[in-house]
Design a protein around this ligand. Structure first.
Ligand code: FPP
Length: 238
């Protein structure tokens, strides 16, 4: 473990909360509650390991389709964990950022997202990036609209910005300040990207574990990093 190369940027699809609850005859919301505890415990450990960016999929643009009871349960968990996250971030020098379209959340949740970002802005440890009301296609669509607005503004000023490199376009994405994931982890055995960071994961190493998200912990994370260390990243070269 001592000579492990620690990836700078790690992303996680935290899947399996529902199955974890079902196995115990509990409501799905209890699985999400345990899932929150798991991420809360993992954040300081990820920082201690030397990871610089940890991005997690907390709520997708598709998750609104779940039952009203489950969506309300998740919103209430966000409310409760926002406060705990702030305390956790202060104690562990963690900077919190949110990606996704926050405008669809209730006002009090938008306010607490803004507060989490503002109050942790100067922290220099782990960057904890929470994807909420996030969808990769929606992010690219919103980025294209931001770019269009910029082109229109430039036209009004009599200038032109017709050339656009991949790196230029990435600046319009929600992740403009977050390096692309070196490692993408998905728990609970599914082999899908599920619309998560579809632009950014172009060259990420993907590690799938059968562990259900509420059971994921530091030891599991280290196992995923060990698996990542066995890979030979070529970025399309030879
Ligand atoms: C997927 O499990 C999990 C989610 C849709 C929600 C994940 C959210 C959390 C763990 C909370 C994160 C909170 C903060 C504050 C960062 P699933 O319900 O799809 O599980 P299943 O596939 O077994 O049904």
């Amino acid at each position: 473990m001592n000579d492990l190369h620690i990836p700078e940027s790690v992303a996680i699809i935290m899947d399996g909360n529902g199955r974890w609850a079902k196995k115990r005859g509990l409501p799905r919301t209890m699985g999400h509650k345990e899932g929150c505890k798991a991420i809360e415990a993992l954040v300081p450990e990820a920082g201690k390991l030397g990871i610089k960016y940890l991005t997690v999929y907390a709520f997708s643009t598709e998750n609104w389709k779940r039952s009203e009871e489950e969506v309300t349960g998740l919103m209430n968990l966000f409310r409760y964990y926002a406060m705990r996250l702030l305390k956790n971030a202060r104690e562990n020098n963690v900077r919190i950022r949110m990606i996704g379209d926050r405008s669809r959340f209730p006002k009090d949740i938008i306010d607490s997202i803004n507060k989490l970002e503002e109050e942790t802005r100067d922290n220099t440890g782990l960057n904890f990036v929470v994807a909420a009301n996030y969808g990769g296609r929606d992010e690219i669509r919103r980025a294209a609209m931001k770019y269009r607005d910029e082109v229109l503004r430039a036209k009004e000023l009599g200038t032109d910005i017709s050339e656009l490199s991949e790196a230029d376009f990435a600046k319009y994405l929600d992740t403009a300040e977050v390096p692309d994931p070196d490692l993408l982890i998905r728990t609970s055995g599914e082999l899908r990207l599920s619309n998560f960071l579809i632009w950014q994961c172009a060259y990420s190493e993907i590690v799938i574990t059968d562990t259900l998200w509420p059971d994921f912990n530091k030891d599991e994370l280290v196992k995923c990093i060990e698996e990542y260390n066995k890979r030979n990243r070529r970025f399309g070269g030879v």
